[in-house]
Design a protein around this ligand. Structure first.
Ligand code: ADP
Ligand code: ASP
Ligand code: MG
Length: 413
């Protein structure tokens, strides 16, 4: 008998019929003798609807109140799923994040989980209940409702799995595993049997939204066995999904050099032109940006000419206007000639632990893009990934040609 945490995303609970299907799947696991905790998202589209509603009333919604509103989406799903379970004879009990309680810091809209009190969940499991927990939400020390950032239900599930020392955390979604790239963009993308934590972390942070990055961090840190599966397959006909593993565990097998291609449209580039090329300039530009809590991703400083240089960096697209306004303010002070920006860029990355032991991956990537006439604006690398910034209009083409060039559509020999 195992203790299983199952998380069902928005599409998986998108209609009353799908919620009933989830209930049947959960019941089948319980019937096989397992104890099950279910973590759910809001029904698909609901979080977007709630955020848009808030913005209709307040253009820049107050973060605390926005969380009060956004958290209601998941609260609806836990009630509905618990009822669906009861309806087929399964004892079920729902919990909001606060009822569990999932304690977080007070960073509204992007809170981090501090601790989870598993007492209530354990008691209900012991009495044969399925426990249904609202993902994406928690409460801070003062009892104020917080949310964990978009896609945060994944993190709720993994954190609960870690707290309960569960045997497995299953992320049920609308694809049957982690693919070589988003199958919505490349139909030839293949499901991966396994992917390492390190690769999954890179893929998640580089834009593969199949798992929220923090959920992968958490699972790696607390050694949670994490699997991505489809909720849309017939009961009893489910495939194995994708298991996220430690690199040591698959050392015996032949590892492909590249595991996947990630991409992200959610970026914008800012360039400060003609700044004096002297110590401290990067700090003077990026200091105010960091103080405003804007995440900076890629950074490049060009070689200086005649005592001045250009400095470019990328920020999340939603922060573009704010970052531009900030730079306009400091422009005079730092002695810059001009601020330029582009919010129609995208980032494409190839990821794979095999890069550590193989050369020529970057040149193959650059050649493939050059052959399509795609200009590379920025480059950044780590041990297991290479990322480039390109014009957004070439994004899908770039992903497709790279997927083919690295033979990701073919089953490794
Ligand atoms: P959920 O609502 O279940 O959390 P998400 O929409 O957050 O689902 O994540 C699943 C989606 O992630 C898929 O429908 C797919 O389009 C997208 N996706 C992006 N990259 C990948 C990838 N490498 N493998 C699988 N799915 C991916
Ligand atoms: N409902 C939230 C969102 O749409 C959390 C989640 O689905 O994981 O971002
Ligand atoms: Mg998700």
């Amino acid at each position: 008998m195992a203790l299983i945490i199952q998380k069902y995303g928005g599409t998986s609970v998108g209609t009353p019929e799908r919620i009933k299907n989830v209930a049947r799947r959960v019941a089948s696991w319980q019937a096989r003798g397992h104890r099950v905790v279910v973590v759910v998202s809001a029904m698909s589209g609901e979080t977007n609807r709630l955020i848009a509603l808030a913005k209709e009333v307040q253009a820049q919604p107050d973060p605390r109140e926005l969380d009060v509103i956004a958290a209601t989406g998941e609260q609806v799903t836990i009630g509905l799923l618990s009822m669906a379970l009861m309806d087929i004879g399964v004892k079920a009990r729902s919990y909001t994040g606060g009822q569990v309680k999932v304690l977080t810091d007070s960073a509204f809209t992007k809170a981090r989980i501090v601790s989870i009190d598993e007492g209530n969940i354990r008691r209900d499991l012991e009495t044969g209940h399925v426990v249904v927990v609202a993902g994406f939400q928690g409460v801070d020390e003062a009892g104020r409702i917080t949310t964990l950032g978009r896609g945060g239900s994944d993190t709720s599930a993994v954190a609960i799995a870690a707290a309960l020392k569960a045997d497995e955390c299953q992320i049920y979604t609308d694809v049957d595993g982690v693919y070589t790239t988003d199958p919505r963009i490349v139909p030839e993308a293949r499901r991966l049997e396994t992917v390492t934590f390190e690769e999954m972390l890179e893929m998640a942070s580089l834009g593969s939204k199949v798992l929220q990055i923090r959920s992968v961090e958490f699972a790696g840190k607390y050694k949670v066995k994490l699997r991505v599966l489809s909720s849309l397959e017939e009961l009893g006909q489910e495939g194995p999904g994708t298991l996220i593993t430690f690199e040591e565990d698959i050392k015996m097998m032949e590892q492909p050099i590249i595991s996947g291609i990630a991409f992200n449209r959610d970026e914008a580039k800012l360039t400060v032109l003609g700044v004096p090329d002297r110590p401290g300039i990067a700090y003077q530009i990026l200091g105010p940006v960091a103080e405003a809590n804007i995440d900076v991703d890629m950074i490049i400083q060009n070689v200086g000419h005649d005592g001045s240089t250009d400095f470019s960096f990328t920020v999340p697209r939603g922060e573009y206007a704010k970052a531009t306004a900030l730079l306009d303010q400091v422009k005079g002070h730092i002695g810059a000639r001009q601020i330029a920006g582009d919010n129609r860029i995208a980032k494409v990355s190839v990821v794979g632990v095999g890069m550590r032991s193989h050369v020529g991956i970057a040149s193959k990537m650059f050649r493939t893009l050059a052959e399509e006439g795609i200009n590379i604006q920025m480059i950044s690398t780590s041990e297991i990934k290479i990322s480039v910034v390109i014009d957004e209009k070439y994004l899908e083409l770039a992903v497709r040609v790279l997927h083919k060039a690295f033979e990701l559509d073919q089953v490794p020999a």
